[in-house]
Design a protein around this ligand. Structure first.
Ligand SMILES: Cc1cc2nc3c(=O)[nH]c(=O)nc-3n(C[C@H](O)[C@H](O)[C@H](O)COP(=O)(O)O)c2cc1C
Ligand code: SF4
Length: 365
């Protein structure tokens, strides 16, 4: 029997069979082209990780609209012309033995005009982001509906390109999250007010996407289960949000935390076990699968997270950037061969001058 019986057991989410519970979560690495098309480097990056026994690979975050781009060379999915490149990416992940998925999203106020080619930043309300600053234009009601449609079209494009699941980026302070949070959504129409009204945007996206991709295609939602901000969303709100998402057809909840302006503190919280506790809190409030995340640096910890009821799947990000063979080496009992992540966060420090993701311990990216 496997040393990691829970982690290595298969899981079916709607019509999709996952070979195990290990997830490589969404990463913006700036390995796409300037125009947002998939480039060979992006394919190579995912293939290396996918071929080492990672059950689910979520590419991301990809923008559903040009003014919602995540970074200078991040991939995009707002037009059919992105389908052929995405198709190559998903085939390569599938051939490597992992189930291909993609995170789709929109940055809302958390971007810069440089990244979005001079386009104006938009949000639920005209409240500037404390980190990204700059003026934000409040979306008109019909524009919000157009963006719901853009998400649904993007989900369909992902399916056409061969993704087996789509994850909506509702975490980390991006547009869906901005609608959910009372700190960034002070709208007076039916998209603002109570939590149920603030959730209308994501619920409509789920419904419209479902209409396009069909019943059996899993739509996951990533949420920040605590914003760690006074007056913001906390676990009890996130539990209510998770229940609303489940009622409206979400096939799973991927639990993260924080927003861009306090993301720098998140590692400390992760080390304190806060992120796993948040996932457990969400798992207790829904019946659909839950993904947890947060500095899982060895598979024993991942197995224990499942054993402790924190989640049904475990996402491992930086440990796999540092050593794409992290999982397979662990499974072969070659832990001493793993190149460990040294927790320096160089991978997160790209900018206009040095846009492509680099890792201090992995020069083969
Ligand atoms: C370079 C980098 C880019 C990331 N991009 C995204 C993203 O596009 N979408 C997202 O939801 N999370 C993103 N994250 C967060 C990861 O998915 C993950 O939640 C986080 O790194 C914590 O997991 P870890 O401690 O195993 O690294 C990114 C993380 C890193 C390091
Ligand atoms: S750059 Fe640093 S934090 Fe990021 S994966 Fe590499 S070693 Fe880990």
């Amino acid at each position: 029997m496997s040393q990691y019986p829970r982690l290595m057991s298969p899981l079916k989410i709607k019509g999709v069979n996952l070979p195990n519970r290990i997830v490589f979560p969404a990463v913006v690495n700036n390995y796409a082209t300037k125009d947002g098309e998939v480039a060979d480097r992006l394919i190579h990056f995912h293939k290396r990780i996918a071929e080492n026994q990672v059950g689910l690979t979520i590419a991301g975050a990809t923008a559903v609209s040009p003014e919602g781009r995540f970074s200078f060379y991040s991939a995009m999915i707002y037009d059919d012309r992105f389908i052929p490149g995405l198709s190559k990416l998903f085939s390569s992940i599938r051939e490597a033995g992992s189930v291909p998925a993609i995170q789709i999203g929109h940055t809302g106020r958390q971007t810069s005009s440089k990244i979005v080619g001079g386009l104006k930043k938009v949000g639920p309300s005209s409240i500037p982001c404390p980190l990204w600053r700059g003026e934000v234009r409040e979306l008109a009601g019909n524009e919000v509906e157009d963006l719901e449609d853009a998400f649904a079209e993007a989900a369909l494009r992902a399916k056409k390109a061969g993704a087996r699941m789509v994850e909506l980026h509702g975490a980390h302070g991006y547009l869906i999250h901005q609608f959910l949070s009372p700190l960034s959504n002070q709208r007076k129409d039916h998209y603002g007010g109570s939590l149920k009204d603030r959730a209308r945007f994501v619920v409509n996206i789920l419904k419209k996407s479902r209409g396009k991709v069909g019943e059996d295609f899993p739509l996951l939602v990533r949420i920040s289960a605590d914003e760690f901000l006074e007056g913001g969303l906390h676990l009890e709100d996130a539990q209510e949000i998770a229940r609303i998402l489940e009622e409206n057809g979400a096939a799973g909840i991927d639990v993260s935390g924080s927003v861009a302006s306090n993301m720098a503190d998140s590692d400390e919280k992760i080390h304190q076990g806060v992120y796993l506790r948040l996932a457990k809190g969400i798992k207790e409030s829904v019946n659909i699968p839950v993904i947890c995340v947060g500095k899982i640096l060895d598979l024993d910890r991942a197995e224990r997270a499942l054993e402790e009821g924190c989640a049904d799947l475990v996402a491992i990000c930086r440990a796999l950037i540092a050593d794409p063979e992290f999982v397979s080496k662990s499974l072969r009992g070659e832990k001493d061969q793993i190149v460990p992540c040294i927790e320096c966060n160089k991978c997160l420090s790209f900018n206009a001058e040095n846009p492509h993701m680099e890792c201090s311990v992995n020069s083969s990216l």
